[in-house]
Design a protein around this ligand. Structure first.
Ligand code: FES
Length: 159
């Protein structure tokens, strides 16, 4: 995916050119492009005088940042202990089948990304799935199909 470097520059310039701006700048890139474009990271490194390797380690440390382009629709299935014992692995498998996509990846058409997470901090309502920022509590295999169809409908409306 190609982006205009002037656009990247615009995002960087919105923040004070200091080391403490690193996370807010990365958050802006993530929110704008759904991932951190490599060229943008190089530009951030130069603007803030922070070595690229340090930026990459910050970006890899936080789950909120992605180094790979994400799909238009993002689904995250919690597979932490509480959700796991209530069937999360089967639910995750159902999403993989419905989306024809392996967990941890983005579909080639760029429409969907499927991820798992260790705990979303709301174990009492597990198994929990987050789709496009919306939380689904006490999900089941059947719900997985419904969630995918709901996203597909959104897709048709947007086409
Ligand atoms: S284990 Fe799933 S929300 Fe905590």
């Amino acid at each position: 995916m190609l982006h205009d470097q002037a656009e990247f520059e615009g995002i960087i310039q919105k923040h004070p050119q200091e080391k403490r701006s690193l996370i807010p700048i990365l958050q802006d890139f993530q929110a704008t492009y759904n991932y951190l474009p490599p060229v943008a990271l190089n530009m951030v490194s130069q603007a803030l005088a922070v070595p690229l390797i340090d930026i990459i380690s910050v970006a890899s440390f936080y789950n909120a940042f992605s180094m790979e382009p994400k799909g238009e629709h993002q689904i995250t299935v919690c597979v932490g202990t509480a959700c796991h014992v209530r069937g999360a692995p089967k639910i995750l498998g159902e999403f993989e089948r419905n989306l024809n996509l392996e967990v941890g990846h983005t579909r080639e058409d760029g429409k969907y990304s499927l991820d798992s997470v260790a705990c979303l901090g709301c174990c009492a309502i597990g198994p929990v799935v987050v789709a496009d920022g919306e939380y689904y509590a006490q999900t089941s295999i059947r719900n997985a199909g419904k969630i995918v169809r709901k996203l597909e409908k959104k897709e048709k409306i947007n086409d």
